[in-house]
Design a protein around this ligand. Structure first.
Ligand code: HEM
Length: 351
């Protein structure tokens, strides 16, 4: 059995683990492995917001233009596309791109095609909303967990490898212990989520400044190849409870420290739904995410179901990735989005 923490990221511990040295997890799970050259990854969530069927074709065109931009030099190594309806009744198309080299991402961002498109005044008058939420965790600031070992989604797709069975899972607090930085650091938040420029209520352009140790979870479900029994397990037994939990966080997230919660369904370039989905949740701290996961009845129920079926799953693919970031490694930018979008709801007005 391996540690979730790669050898090159191990260091003398100043913080102890929650379980004894001889701990054995109840079922196997795996983590993504990257080599030493991967020092910081970039997760770029780009969005198009629209309302009503009349705007759909233009929104899909905008999404496809963004995807075309990924083919430019230094574009992301991996991406996927999603759709969700938010609690203001707006639809949102999101693209997440993953880079394993922050310098390449920076060069891509500076390309005139990309930079000028975001800066152009035309974006203000097209009737669509646009946003980009870009975060860059260092290698010691993120963890992954997969119930399968091939074709890793999300950040795993750019890590390049997969571990053997890992030790740090199957108990509350294990997600934290898979973060290399948890060996020496509590990942406590400091600072404030703040509007840097613009006014969310007025629309137009708004930039939000993040704070240290905002946490982001992507928790995914893939039932595309699942056969009848596993499909029914997911769609009839797990999904209704998961949906309740996601609705709770979308509508009441502020009360538990969740800045933004989106339960998104993967789509193709034409907007057709695929049998994959995931949650994108931004949290004020890793602690608050942990408290929700270990106490909310919805997550407890699906967690227990998973423990019952984990060892026998074959085609239902469940996974998550969690990261924390320094304030300077986050960028949240909104153009003509409604004031409940993403980080806008909880960002404090400028001083
Ligand atoms: C199909 C949906 C889901 C299932 C079956 C599921 C199940 C599980 C299981 C079995 C674990 C423990 C894994 C291990 O350590 O071996 C876990 C951990 C966790 N889950 Fe979920 N989960 C789901 C969705 C979510 C969502 C949407 C969130 C978003 C907030 C979430 C948040 C967490 C967190 C934060 C942990 C880590 C807890 C810790 O280690 O202290 N889960 N989940």
């Amino acid at each position: 059995m391996e540690s979730a923490i790669s050898d090159h990221l191990k260091c003398p511990r100043t913080l102890t683990r929650r379980v004894p040295d001889g701990y054995q997890p109840p079922f196997p799970m795996w983590v993504g492995r990257a080599d030493e050259e991967v020092q910081q990854v970039v997760m770029g969530y780009l969005g198009v917001q629209f309302r009503g069927d009349a705007q759909r074709p233009a929104a899909l065109r905008a999404m496809r233009d963004m995807v075309a931009g990924f083919d430019l030099p230094d574009g992301p190594l991996h991406y996927d596309l999603t759709h969700h309806v938010d609690n203001q009744g707006h639809e949102n198309l999101m693209i997440v791109g993953y880079w394993k080299d922050i310098a390449a991402h920076h060069r891509w961002l500076q390309l005139p095609t990309v930079a000028d498109w975001w800066a152009s005044d035309e974006r203000l008058s097209e009737g669509l909303g646009y946003f980009r939420e870009i975060v860059a965790p260092r290698a010691e600031q993120f963890e992954t967990l997969y119930a399968f070992q091939d074709a890793l989604p999300g950040v795993g797709a750019v890590m390049g490898g997969i571990s053997g069975e890992i030790n740090e899972h199957g108990y509350w607090g294990s997600m934290r212990e898979r973060f290399p930085i948890s060996q020496t650091d509590w990942m406590q938040p400091s600072g404030e989520l703040r509007v840097l420029s613009g006014d969310p209520a007025a629309g137009g352009r708004v930039i939000v400044q993040g704070h240290d140790n905002i946490a982001l979870i992507r928790s995914g479900q893939d039932w595309a190849d699942a056969e009848t029994a596993e499909r029914n397990l997911y769609l009839d037994e797990i999904l209704p409870t998961l949906q309740d939990g996601m609705d709770f966080l979308r509508d009441n997230g502020q009360s538990v420290g969740c800045y933004s919660n989106r339960f998104v369904r993967n789509i193709d370039l034409d907007g057709n739904f695929l049998d994959l989905s995931y949650n994108i949740g931004h949290w004020g701290s890793l602690d608050q995410l942990e408290r929700w996961a270990e106490s909310h009845p919805t997550h407890l129920r699906i967690f227990t179901t998973f423990f019952r079926v984990a060892a026998s799953l074959s085609k239902l693919r469940l996974y998550h990735e969690v990261s924390v970031f320094d304030a300077r490694d986050q960028r949240y930018e909104y153009i003509n989005c409604h004031p409940q979008t993403g980080m806008l709801r909880d960002a404090q007005p400028p001083q």
